[in-house]
Design a protein around this ligand. Structure first.
Ligand SMILES: [Zn+2]
Length: 298
């Protein structure tokens, strides 16, 4: 092959690469408020988008204090994804302060909200809707539609990615239901540090009891702890669990004094670091169900 022909071929290839939409334009900048939402967006957006999460993996969105860097992220964003249902109490002010022009998509739009338990420091609705996979499918639909609006040229990609991911959620749902069905009904009762599993419990038939008066924001008093221990003994609750966003010491103390088994770590409001046991939404749900099964199946 002559050098000239090689050059022409190379130049042709280069122009082809430049013309293809994935490389021709820089990725759509998407800012999600927390890691679970960011993961869902990555699954729908693929290479067409670049997602950042304001609250990092293992971070607690309830007590998050936004930084000036977050405002800058928002002002550069082309799309902002929030959970809604009062989860991110700090987001409205941050969006205003950033003077971003990006549209905001509320991922939980269309979800039927559960009432928040009294113990939890949110608003009137329980915000942890993603703990029911059926709700997460609604999130994915909202994210897909938001991306199509922000980047109409990517419609085919977003639709195909969303369809593929929804199929994975269907499979996950079957897996979760089968795993919970193996736990004897009378043992499907758990105490967690903050009341984040209401949707999971309502959907899959488990009872989650959050220690009264305990949220990720406040510490339990000695009186609260005594009450919880009595409750565990009286109701014969088999296991207590730790969460990645809450202080583990309280649950360790409660387990020790009540004789309840201490389960593994649960992921409620945030993923783990990428590559660890709950680095994606799919892995997070699998990891939690595995912990329930380990502690509760006899
Ligand atoms: Zn929470």
């Amino acid at each position: 092959m002559s050098r000239r022909l090689q050059f022409i071929l190379a130049a042709g290839l280069a122009s082809l690469l430049i013309a293809s939409p994935a490389t021709a334009q820089s990725p759509v900048k998407v800012v999600a408020t927390f890691s679970i939402l960011a993961d869902l967006a990555r699954n729908v957006g693929g290479d067409r988008i670049a997602v950042t999460s304001l609250v990092a993996p293992d971070g607690d969105a309830h007590v998050y204090a936004p930084t000036p860097a977050d405002a800058k992220q928002l002002s550069d964003a082309q799309l902002v994804l929030v959970n809604g249902l009062g989860f991110e109490g700090w987001i409205a002010r941050l969006i205003k302060a950033s003077s971003t022009k990006a549209p905001t998509v509320t991922a939980s739009t269309g979800v039927k909200p559960l009432k928040a338990a009294d113990a939890h420091g949110h608003g009137e609705s329980d915000p942890h809707a993603w703990q029911s996979i059926a709700n997460t499918k609604t999130y994915v639909g909202n994210i897909r539609d938001g991306l199509i609006k922000a980047d109409p040229a990517g419609r085919a990609t977003y639709e195909a990615n969303a369809t593929a991911y929804l199929a994975k959620l269907d499979a996950l749902e079957t897996e979760v239901k089968e795993a919970i069905a193996k736990i004897p009904a009378e043992r499907r009762r758990i105490i967690t540090t903050h009341d984040a599993f209401g949707y999971f419990g309502a959907t899959y038939g488990m009872t989650f009891i959050a220690p009264a008066g305990v949220s990720t924001e406040s510490e339990a008093s000695a009186k609260d702890v005594a009450k919880i221990i009595t409750q565990i003994k009286k109701q014969k609750i088999p296991a207590v669990f730790l969460e990645n966003v809450s202080d583990p010491r309280l649950m360790q103390q409660i387990a020790k004094e009540s004789g309840a088994r201490i389960g593994g770590k649960l992921y409620s409001d945030a993923l783990s670091a990428p590559g660890q046991q709950a680095g994606t939404y799919l892995d997070m749900m699998r990891s939690n169900v595995r912990e329930f099964s380990t502690a509760l199946v006899m």
